[in-house]
Write a new protein. Structure first.
Length: 316
């Protein structure tokens, strides 16, 4: 009996859901506009940052997938239009930002619309920068079969940071410098071919680490000063490196051009010397031929004398 009663209660509790309709998460996506995003050493995490006094903006893509279920079996889902009456944003510093439409925005079944909302980022006296904040965006809508407002379409997060000017400047400088400092060797004699550039990079590295230390401790004014110094040193180092590299490239090019000219001159000189040696060898060869013929002549004369001596009549 108790089981039957419990089953009856469950069935009765589901009837309003069947008649009133079913809704799913219909905010397709949300995005912060004109925000600065990156790693923050003070919070130890990635954040979406706005400086106090500037305007925060959120863009929301809404998809109307609202549907009802027919009470007669089988229960097919029937998509229905909705009227968007407001967009409400809640931050856990305890404030609502309501954007109400004087004329509700009608959305046909399965239609997509994009809404943009924003407001002024509050001062630190109201919202301290000691921690990051959570937020939730609600889409308020009504349907044709139920005029009571619904707010079950949401988009939320927990990574919003409200920053002072010094904090915000340090945040941007840190995210600019961290990849540069990790990507450029500090004492690379074979890579950075300029002593001046090496010294400037070492100074930049020292200032960067000092700035990061102050940043982690929340001393944003000091952090900004050291990170600005690091940024300036890196700019000077790159300029010195570029000047030295250009000079070295020009000197190297001039060296190889001179070396090429030297070898060309040497080749030309060697060619002329070879021609001279060829002429000299030809002369020597001709001279040799002369001496050969001269020797053959004397040999023939000698043979003639011998033959003559043998044939000469002897005296008594």
């Amino acid at each position: 009996m108790k089981k039957k009663s419990l089953l009856l209660v469950i069935m009765l509790s589901t009837i309003p859901l069947i008649f009133n309709g079913m809704a799913t998460a219909s905010i397709q996506r949300g995005a912060w506009i004109n925000a600065t995003m990156g790693e923050d050493p003070y919070y130890g995490r990635n954040v979406v940052a706005y400086k106090t006094g500037t305007t925060w903006n959120i863009s929301i893509s809404v998809y109307n997938d609202y549907s009802t279920t027919n009470p007669n079996p089988p229960p097919p889902r029937i998509n229905r239009p909705v009227n968007i009456t407001a967009i409400k944003v809640y931050f856990d510093w305890g404030e609502w930002y309501n954007f109400t439409f004087k004329t509700p925005v009608r959305m046909a079944p399965l239609e997509v619309k994009v809404f943009n909302v924003g407001n002024i980022t509050p001062p630190l006296s109201k919202v301290p920068e000691t921690w990051v904040y959570s937020y939730t965006v609600y889409i308020e809508y009504v349907t044709e079969i139920d005029p009571s407002p619904k707010m079950d379409w949401t988009w939320s997060g927990s990574n919003l940071a409200v920053m002072s000017e010094a904090h915000f400047d340090s945040f941007r400088l840190y995210n600019k410098l961290k990849n540069i400092m990790s990507g450029i060797p500090i004492l690379p004699s074979l890579t950075v071919n300029s002593t001046e550039a090496q010294v400037l990079l070492v100074k930049a590295f020292i200032e960067y680490n000092l700035g990061r230390q102050y940043y982690v401790n929340g001393a944003f004014e000091e952090a900004r000063t050291h990170l600005q110094n690091a940024d300036a040193y890196i700019t000077q180092a790159l300029a010195a490196w570029n000047t030295r590299g250009t000079e070295l490239e020009n000197a190297t090019l001039q060296y190889y051009n001179s070396l090429a000219e030297y070898y060309n001159s040497l080749a030309n000189a060697t060619g002329k010397s070879a021609e001279a040696e060829l002429v000299q060898a030809s002369a020597a060869l001709n001279n040799s031929y002369g001496w050969i013929f001269f020797g053959i002549g004397w040999t023939l004369i000698g043979v003639g004398i011998i033959v003559y001596g043998l044939k000469k009549p002897k005296t008594a």
